[in-house]
Structures are given as C-alpha cells and as structure tokens.
Ligand binder design. Structure first.
Ligand SMILES: Cc1ncc(COP(=O)(O)O)c(C=O)c1O
Length: 428
C-alpha cells in the first residue's frame, strides 16, 4: 500500500528547515526540482523525508530501479566528490597536487572503521567484495588435511574461489546445503556445528544471500567459530550499507563489502576487515607500492597506484548514510521488501522464494512469476513499466529478484506488484 505524502509531513519538514542550516552543505541544496529539501536525520517525518532523500539521487523520478543487491546509484554528494577529485588529478597530476591524497585515503579508512565500529588498524580498502574474499582464501596457510566450511549459496567469490584454491593447496571444502524456504537461524547454526571437525580451519557464510535474501545468524556463527578455534569470514556484500553492521559485536575474523552496492558509493571500491586477533594468520596476496599508513594496511594494502577519488567518494557515501540515519535506512528497505513479499504472495501462481518471516529476510526478494518467462518479464517491466529488477536464470529458485533500498518508494513496489499481476493475466 502506498503511503501518501501528507501535507503535514511537508509542513513539518519545512518547519524544521531552519535547523537544516546547521548542516549547511551546498551539495544538499541541489535536489531535483519539486522535491522537498533534505533534512538530515528527519526520517521520522515519513514519505516527505524519503522523497527528499530520493531527490539526492540523479535517477529520473519515474524510474524505479529495485536492484540494490547488484548495483546502487551514488548520491549527488558522492558524485560531486568523485567528479571534483577526478578533475583535480587530471587538471594537475603532479606529485605535489596529489600529496594530500594519502591523507584522504586514511580519512576514508577512519570513516570505514567508525561505520563498522572497529579500528582503522583493522581496515583494508579493496576494490570490491570479490577481491576482499579472495584475499582471505588466498592468504591463509591452508594445506592437505585442513577443512573449510562454506555455504553452498555463497557468491562465486566465496564458493568457487574456495573450491578452486582447494585444488591447488590440497585442503577440503565442506559445503552446507541451502534450504528453501529459510529454515530458521537455529537450523544453520546447527548445520555448521555438525560440520565442524578437528580439521576445520575456516568457516564462511554470506550475511544475507544474494540469491533469495536469506539473513544469516552472523554473530552466532562467528561465536561458534571462535569456540572451536576456527577462523570466520562473513561476506557482507549484501549487508554493508544496508544493515547497521556492528563488527565489534559480530566479531568475525574477516568481513568484506563493496561500496557500489547498498552503501551507494562509487564503483571499484570496497572493504576488507581483518580482526586484530587474526592479522598474523593471513598473508598479503599483493606486494607493491603505496601501502596504507596504519595497522594491517601497512602490509596488506600495497596495491600500487590507486584511484583515491573513489575512496573519497566512499567517505561521502558513509556520511550521507549517517545523515539519513542508518537504522532508518535498514527499516525502510526492510519495510519495502516486506511490502513486496506481501503483494507478490497474493498473486495466483507466483512463488516467492524469500521467507515471509521479517526476522529471516532483509531487502532482497526473489520470486518465480507463475508460468511467465522471467527474462521476458524483466525486460517488459523495464521498458513498459519503468521498473528495474534482476533476472535469476537456472532451475534453482529461478525467476526475478527485486531488492529495494532507501531511495525506492512504496509506490514503486506497488507498481512492480501491479505490473506482475497485469502480465500474469494478459501474458507478455
Ligand atoms: C554475497 C556476495 N558476495 C560477493 C559479491 C561480489 O561483489 P563484487 O562484485 O562487488 O565484488 C556479491 C555480488 O553480488 C554478492 O552478492
């Protein structure tokens, strides 16, 4: 159901407009025409607030892209930072002009550490989650006789990567099968517990699966790993920038994420968290110049010439999310996803693969649209209804995936449900 933007919402927003000056920042002023002014932290004001947030993105107002699990747009402040910093280097590529970028990179490290509630000494700035995951699987001393427990529904960078490296280094990969619908947190905790043997060295899982959006018991699995002297890698590609992730509380040995997904940063920037207690156990995979300045980044982040503009843009993205409100972002995406699940579940023949239990889902929703060809449906949704989704090919829980984020609206979710209902009736 679409919640209308009430006049009271707007009035309340504008009434507190004076205090917005406290957050004065020229980038915030340039919103799309006819969108209310963005007032940081005003999430409680409802749809008017979210419309103002949407105004901070350059996507056309009538285009509803529900594809955050794949790629998110960067907001205006992020784009401005990216353009400003890219321009600066191309206008003047001298070492003198670029000298300050070392400090900028460290400022991003500090921002990442604060965002994830850990220390800068534990942060490596990578290109993306794939690189971060592979730096772990390539960097640990694993050999014949060792076992690594993975979840079968992990992304290739955290599944195929282990399988291939097992061939090279001789260790064994033990797979936990996925179960649909989500069988509950205890089921997976138990499955991992049963799979642990004295040979287990690493346990890895995806915090929220990219396939059907199953939420995993991250804290419990990390605790289980610690109890058994096993290292844990939490793939956070689908939680970094979506959930208010607290790594101090979760306490994994490794956590990975990408800027261009839920964090709405620039492309080709990511994070690898390496817990202080585990740093001595992992080797760098790349040796080159220009390391980071503190902690693990001094040895692990010598990646040669980098693009600091994307890092500065990521810092802007984290600030933007903090201004919007991190808990509010998680709640908004969750509410939109559950609105979508409820709407799709009412349609005849639609099979929703994502759990309808809000305690087990997040903001990734996959469904089979009856007997409709999902690829064709995805295309017609985009062309005729201006809704972006992702196709999920193959026999395993195939169909379409929609992943709404805080810049999406209840109207866009309704539009998707309405369009699917229409094509189920009329055909494509
Ligand atoms: C769970 C998971 N891990 C890793 C990745 C890889 O992310 P990237 O392409 O940003 O490296 C993805 C991408 O969708 C993902 O969903």
């Amino acid at each position: 159901m679409t919640a209308p933007v009430s006049r009271r919402d707007f009035a309340r927003l504008f009434a507190i407009g004076g205090s917005a000056a406290l957050f004065a920042d020229p980038a915030w002023a340039r919103t799309a025409p006819q969108t209310p002014a963005f007032v940081p932290g005003a999430a409680g004001t409802g749809e008017a607030f979210w419309a103002s947030v949407r105004g901070q993105f350059v996507m056309p107002p009538d285009l509803g892209v529900l594809n955050a699990a794949n790629l998110c747009p960067a907001s205006r402040p992020v784009l401005e930072a990216l353009r400003r910093e890219t321009d600066s280097v191309d206008r003047d590529p001298s070492g003198q002009n670029r000298a300050r970028l070392t400090g900028e990179k460290e400022a991003t490290r500090n921002a990442l550490a604060e965002f994830l509630r850990v220390t800068p000494e534990e942060i490596v700035i990578t290109r993306n989650t794939s690189e971060a995951n592979n730096m772990v699987s390539s960097g640990l001393d694993l050999k014949a006789g060792d076992e690594v427990i993975v979840f079968h529904d992990n992304h290739p960078s955290n599944l195929v990567a282990w399988q291939e490296k097992a061939k090279r280094f001789g260790f064994t990969v033990i797979e936990i099968a996925q179960k649909n619908p989500h069988p509950g947190m205890d089921y997976y905790i138990d499955a991992y517990k049963k799979a642990i043997t004295p040979k287990t060295k690493v346990l890895t899982f995806t915090h929220i699966t990219s396939t059907v959006g199953d939420l995993f018991p991250a804290k419990e699995l990390c605790a289980l790993a610690r109890e058994h002297g096993v290292l844990s890698l939490a793939d956070g590609a689908q939680t970094f920038g979506l959930l208010d992730v607290n790594l101090a509380d979760m306490s994994p040995d490794f956590y990975s994420g990408s800027a261009h997904k839920w964090a709405c940063g620039a492309r080709e920037c990511g994070v690898l968290y390496i817990n202080a207690r585990s740093q001595a156990k992992v080797w760098p995979s790349i040796y080159s110049a220009y390391p980071g300045a503190v902690g693990i980044s001094k040895t692990f982040e010598s990646f040669g010439q980098r693009d600091e503009a994307t890092m500065i843009a990521l810092r802007e993205a984290l600030q933007f999310q903090t201004k919007v409100g991190r808990a509010a972002i998680a709640q908004r995406s969750h509410a939109l996803a559950n609105q979508l699940i409820a709407g799709l579940s009412k349609l005849p023949d639609v099979k929703v693969w994502t759990s309808p239990n809000p305690a087990l889902n997040a903001a990734v929703v996959s469904f089979q649209p009856g007997s409709l060809n999902a690829a064709k449906l995805g295309q017609v949704l985009y062309e005729k209804d201006k809704i972006g989704t992702a196709g999920r090919g193959g026999a395993d829980r195939g169909g379409l995936r929609a992943s709404p984020h805080f810049y999406n609206s209840p109207e866009e979710v309704d539009r998707l449900v309405g369009a699917v209902a229409k094509y189920l009736k009329s055909g494509i």
